[in-house]
Design a protein around this ligand. Structure first.
Ligand SMILES: Nc1ncnc2c1ncn2[C@@H]1O[C@H](COP(=O)(O)OP(=O)(O)OP(=O)(O)O)[C@@H](O)[C@H]1O
Ligand SMILES: [Mg+2]
Length: 907
């Protein structure tokens, strides 16, 4: 429909103009229906429509109108690749990258946080969303929440958590809720449960021709039709190379082939390129890959395939390789791509044909199981994207009669039923989140909450008896949580403890958190002195925890190949904070792989030693880092009584595991990745370190010749130097705006703004003036220009004293290095020993100086944003000056999580 004819509440000239400025002149069926149902006027909707029917635009219209009404927006996505794509898209449409920016856009996924804590539009993974509610970054009554791909609510592992989240939003009276889902059999269940209007369409803007190929016949049916037709095709064969070749000859490229495993993707690709000529487009792609990739086994193959316009897309590619490929797909430069399910859901590239060479899984847990309907829908939906091709094609290649039968089912218009699996969840975890987020303060609240879940909604009519088991289950969960001090019970009133809150924020299973707390309490004091000896052991402890080993685990250890005795030997020679399980070879191998990875060991060598492929290793390291970050959250809880220097080390180790390099290479790698410096991944970052360049300052002073010798490419060298010199920390402070806003209520906004903006002496003055705003603290400016070589400030509160040195740096590169961080120790030499030595700095301290602080006991480093948050917690009445001083002078790197109370911007 032409946009001029669209109607609906709040649909007027201004909206039409906005749409045309986005290049939209007509609307798809589902878009017309959503407008008519009031999406532009704050109406809550469940939108159910096929792939590529333009659901994202409906979300964008809702965002636009919500922003105009001063609301906040949270866009929830099912996985991080999609989060990255939406972040870039929304930044271009509404944020900094648009011609007339409307709102700040932020991103929160397990791996990446971008933008201000106060950003009006936030993209987050479902897993992060509960954390956003808990720390006050999302206040439902003023928020539009968009839930993309909500059909994942039916998935076993994560479905239940997502269901809890939606029920929580509903109970907290979210202002507008917009769910986008692929077609499911029972969307009215979702709508009834969430109390939303349902709009649905079975129309796919671009027709999708689905074909089942047999030796000499083809059955063809258009997506949505009940019946298709049988066509005689003559002999052609169904071997994959032949099939793809014929598709290309028929002008049906680019072709995307889905494979079950990485190995299959590689093998098919190698078979296919044999005998194919090199193409000029391909040479250009290969050059790009050469610049952007690090020398690994698959990168060589990727390049030689690219010369023939063929790609594979699997989990072991580096982020940069993926970007080059994805740019190539967008511009249709590749003719064929062999991919695992990494490209399955929600993404938008101009493939014209999707090929399914296999309809039954052959490996792993799912061996013998057929491809599911919703998987098939999502994957086949990558073809024929609206506006990119007039139609799309799908080719299925069944191997036998049973598969042929199944193929018929896949291409029929039957949809899968969305079923709630609430009971597949750890009830303890759900109950804990409910109490933590104040949604339930008693057992009856909890039971009432469950009555608001989809599970309840769906079970009520069919099997009411089953619901009683939920009541018993939640009572048991409460009992367990009380016994383990995650919540307290006082005459039926349930309250969260600090430990419980930290557990809920971490996302860990309560069982894991309890085990970690026990371990840390018993071994903490020993380990603090010997952390280097225990570091690998902590990685083992993370692989050994309930997240991977519970009856209903939250994550899985990957496939490792044959047993390796070497792994047990590896662990026998190390100190472990938990018991070594001699019988679990897989655990030993995975943990060893993660430990080697954290040291920066090459992936090839890790594969050789442990049997873990690069793709499996990448996934595992992210999972282990996530668990360890959770352990850190538990460790900072006062009752667990871990010293800050120990918790600092746990946090650093988690960063090492996540990035796969030791401390010395972390800054280089993070800065290079943020600025997309071509071809600098963990291998080249390690090469720099191995050549003696162990921090950003070394990189700058090395000079381009030395850098060229290590990096072998002048473009890469230039990009690295530019990135390092322009850097303002690797994580620009994201609390500035929020802090200035909070400060207004206390009349100290100019002081707070100065703390963020001033440099050098101006910064010292700003800090003094901010501290002067707190009664109960005495400040003395020591360095008034008349004395040489003394600290800047003496701060007193009762018996506690701190000598403070203020450091700012904007120079190249703007990270405070260890000599600067340590200057206070020498400057304070003539002062009383009991006064603590504190360096207060911005934008950030480099990793090496943080590490040094975490192993020393005579110094505290605190970064400016954390410090300002501490001061504001006093103003907001959440802590007193003595608590502030105790916090500020704890040895190590001051942690924001140790502050009592809530983030000030969430109050
Ligand atoms: N009204 C329109 N006019 C032109 N192009 C459109 C319109 N609406 C959407 N598109 C384009 O259609 C493509 C697919 O849209 P979108 O990604 O929103 O699909 P979807 O319905 O979310 O499907 P999926 O289930 O695959 O995520 C995008 O390239 C989008 O820009
Ligand atoms: Mg979509």
């Amino acid at each position: 429909m032409d946009i001029q004819n669209a109607t609906g509440s709040n649909v007027g000239e201004w909206l039409r103009q906005a749409l045309s400025s986005w290049g939209i002149s007509t609307l798809t069926d589902i878009q017309v229906k959503a407008l008519a149902a009031g999406v532009a006027d704050g109406e809550s909707l469940i939108v159910s429509a096929p792939t590529s029917s333009g659901k994202t635009l409906i979300a964008e219209i809702a965002i636009l109108t919500a922003i105009h009404r001063g609301m906040r927006v949270v866009y929830l996505v099912s996985h991080k690749a999609l989060a990255d794509q939406k972040y870039a898209d929304f930044n271009a449409r509404f944020g900094e990258a648009s011609q007339s920016p409307l709102a700040a856009v932020g991103l929160s996924t397990g791996d990446r946080t971008e933008g201000d804590v106060d950003a009006q539009i936030r993209i987050a993974t479902y897993e992060k969303a509960l954390g956003l509610i808990l720390n006050g970054q999302m206040s439902p009554p003023n928020t539009l929440v968009i839930a993309d791909e909500l059909q994942i609510l039916g998935e076993d592992g994560r479905g239940p958590d997502i269901q809890t989240l939606c029920a929580a939003l509903r109970q907290r009276k979210v202002k507008q809720f917009l769910a986008l889902t692929a077609t499911v059999e029972n969307p009215e269940d979702l709508a009834g449960w969430m109390n939303c209007r349902l709009v649905q369409s079975s129309e796919r803007g671009t027709p999708l021709h689905q074909e089942i190929w047999a030796a000499d016949r083809t059955y063809r049916v258009i997506f949505g039709d009940d019946e298709g037709e049988e066509i005689e095709t003559g002999p052609g064969g169904t071997d994959l190379t032949g099939v793809v070749t014929r598709l290309l000859e028929a002008g049906r490229g680019p072709v995307l082939v889905f494979t079950e495993s990485k190995k299959e993707a590689h093998d098919f690709a190698s078979d296919f390129v044999r005998g194919r000529p090199r193409a000029s487009i391909g040479i250009e792609l290969a050059e790009q890959l050469d610049l952007f990739s690090e020398p690994t086994e698959s990168s060589e193959r990727l390049k030689s395939h690219a010369e023939r316009a063929v790609a594979f897309h699997t989990a072991d590619l580096s982020a940069q390789e993926r970007q080059v490929l994805e740019r190539g797909f967008s511009l249709s430069k590749f003719e064929v791509c062999f991919a695992t399910s990494t490209l399955a859901a929600g993404v938008n590239y101009p493939f014209q044909t999707i090929v399914f060479p296999k309809l039954t899984y052959q490996w792993g847990d799912r061996a013998g199981v057929h491809l599911g309907i919703s998987e098939y829908r999502n994957m086949s939906g990558r073809a024929g994207r609206l506006g990119l091709h007039p139609c799309g094609f799908v080719v299925l290649l069944p191997k036998n009669a049973v598969e042929r039968e199944h193929a018929r089912k896949l291409v029929s218009p039957i949809n899968q039923r969305l079923k709630s699996g609430l009971l597949s969840l750890s009830l303890r975890k759900t109950v804990l989140s409910l109490v933590a987020s104040n949604l339930a303060n008693s057992l009856s609240d909890i039971n009432e909450f469950f009555q608001n879940t989809l599970y309840w909604y769906q079970t009520l009519d069919r099997n009411p008896k089953k619901l009683a088991s939920l009541d018993t289950g939640s009572a048991e969960a409460v009992k367990w949580l009380v016994e383990n001090e995650l919540i307290t019970e006082d005459e039926g009133a349930l309250r969260i403890t600090a430990f419980g809150k930290a557990t809920a924020m971490s996302g860990l299973l309560p069982d894991t958190a309890v085990d970690f707390a026990k371990m840390l309490k018993s071994i903490g004091p020993t380990v603090q002195q010997l952390f280097d000896e225990y570091a690998d052991g902590f990685i083992y402890a993370c692989c050994e925890c309930q997240e991977f080993r519970a009856k209903k685990p939250s994550r899985f250890l990957p496939y490792v190949g044959p047993d390796s005795v070497g792994a047990l030997n590896f662990w026998q020679s190390r100190k472990l904070p938990v018991k070594l399980d001699q019988n679990d070879m897989k655990l030993a191998q995975c943990a060893q792989a993660a430990a080697l990875y954290a040291q920066g060991e090459a992936e090839r060598k890790i594969a050789y030693a442990t049997g873990l492929s690069a793709g499996a290793l990448h996934r595992l390291s992210l999972d282990v880092a996530w668990v360890m970050e959770g352990m850190h959250r538990i460790a900072v809880v006062p009752e667990v009584s871990c010293p800050q220097t120990l918790t600092n080390r746990i946090a650093m180790l988690a960063r090492q595991v996540r990035w796969g390099v030791p401390t010395s290479a972390l800054d280089i790698l993070r800065v290079a990745e943020r600025d997309h410096v071509p071809g600098i991944g963990r291998q080249r970052a390690m090469a720099l370190v191995n050549n003696g360049l162990t921090n950003l300052h070394d990189v700058v002073s090395a000079g381009s010749k030395k850098l060229f010798d290590i990096l072998r490419n002048s473009l890469r060298v230039e990009a690295l130097i530019e990135s390092v010199t322009k850097t303002i920390g690797h994580n620009p402070n994201n609390m500035e705006k929020a802090h200035i806003r909070v400060a207004v209520a206390f009349g100290i906004e100019s002081q707070v703004a100065d703390c963020y903006s001033k440099l050098g002496t101006g910064y010292e003055i700003a800090i003094l003036s901010l501290l002067a705003s707190i009664p109960g603290l005495t400040t003395t400016a020591l360095d008034d220009g008349s004395r040489q070589n003394v600290p800047d400030i003496l701060l007193k509160c009762g018996d506690l004293e701190a000598l403070i040195e203020c450091k700012t740096t904007t120079k190249n590169p703007a990270l405070i290095k260890k000599e600067e961080a340590w200057a206070i120790v020498q400057k304070a030499a003539d002062f009383a020993v009991h006064a603590r030595r504190v360096t207060l700095g911005k934008p950030h301290f480099d990793e090496v100086s943080q590490r040094k602080a975490a192993v020393a006991t005579d110094i505290t480093l605190v970064d400016n944003g954390t410090f300002v948050e501490g001061v504001l917690r006093i103003h907001t009445g959440q802590m007193n000056p003595t608590q502030f001083m105790t916090w500020l002078t704890m040895p190590g790197v001051t942690e924001i999580e140790r502050l009592p109370g809530k983030p000030t911007y969430s109050l």
